[in-house]
Write a protein that binds this ligand. Sequence first.
Ligand code: PA5
Length: 328
Amino acid sequence: MWTMIESLPDQYRWAAELEAPTTSPASTVLVCGMGGSGISGDFARVVAAAEGVDVRIHKDYGLPSWVEHVRPLIVAVSYSGNTAETLSSVEAALDFGLPVAAVTTGGELSRMAGVQDFPAVLVPAGMQPRAALGYLVGAVVRLVAAASSLGDPIPMLLEAANETADLLGEERAGPGHDQARRIAAALAGRLVAVWGSAGPTEVAAQRWAKQFHENAKTPAYWSIVPELNHNELVGWASSHHGLSSATGLVVLRDQGEIPEIARRFDLMPDLIGQSVHRAGEVWTTGTSVLARAATASLIGDLVSVHVAEAAGIDPVPVDVLTELKNRL
Ligand code: PA5
């Protein structure tokens, strides 16, 4: 897993160097995909939202009924190319006569692209889908830019590459590893909650939780400010449940967060007190939304693998997911 994480800067560079994909113009893009592939749509959504471009996400079979009147471009993302829900979305899109584009390594999705003559960006194969984040996010963002008014994505992809490379450093000695080791030590043996806020740290918090599930084989969940200030905070600020020794909280802060959000983050530690173990605060780096999301996510990738290693767990296999797919 280390090698795959260390290839992330090169993955973003690969996407920056990709020949511009051709696709139908669209004012709305609907990204369909699951798990490690589907999260590329969440990244594209926050990147596009910052420029007023409408990117939506679908993580289910078929398509939502609104597509019939909005008529979005469907971007189907599946690393394996064989994910049932994603293939079902493509079939529905073809039935509705919607434009489709794909991001995949091959499989049935690639075959359908050939037969139905829709564009497919082929990303390098041989990885775990979640480890191909830079390829998948990069390819989806390039497709969104080709279809919509999103500005040139190449500078943000290169910035994501450079910022993640700076955090990784050489031989696992970069500042990202130092920070990740500290947080991993504080989280060992605990259930993990990750807080972010709308934008880059929203998608990063989601990525953290999913990487904990899959790499560290540990339940984790994520939520965002300000919504959590209207419900979840009550649970954390109470100690009667006795969970403080079993849980750890990581807070993701964004360089671009508005003062109203910063004030909420600043006030919460005092209100929570000792009710939950605060394992660390991580700040995004870089200027573009993509680089900020990529850097906060990378620290989570590293923490999840450090936690797995400390517990003697192999971060790579996700056997139970495969078992369920086989039984369906
Ligand atoms: O991490 C994983 O392996 C999963 O979340 C997969 O990404 C998910 O099951 C979808 O498969 P694929 O990415 O091949 O479409």
